[in-house]
Design a protein. Structure first.
Length: 65
């Protein structure tokens, strides 16, 4: 599924980028070589970035088995 139609950024691409690049949606888009156009995706993109980073943080806090 595309998160950003203007830049053809898929949700999977954005989730991967969330862990590789710091900053807000604009910063992550820039790291991907993209620039927001209409801006309609930015709220959803921000939510995805938060979700992925929270999941990663929870994983770091989990006890080693
Ligand atoms: S849908 Fe992402 S900038 Fe338009």
């Amino acid at each position: 599924m595309y998160v950003c139609i203007c830049n053809a950024i898929r949700e999977t691409e954005l989730r991967r980028a969330a862990l590789l690049h710091a900053g807000d949606a604009d910063a992550v888009y820039a790291a991907l070589g993209k620039t927001p156009q209409c801006g309609q995706c930015l709220d959803d993109a921000a939510t995805i970035l938060i979700e992925e980073r929270e999941k990663a943080a929870v994983g770091l806090l989990a006890p080693a088995s």
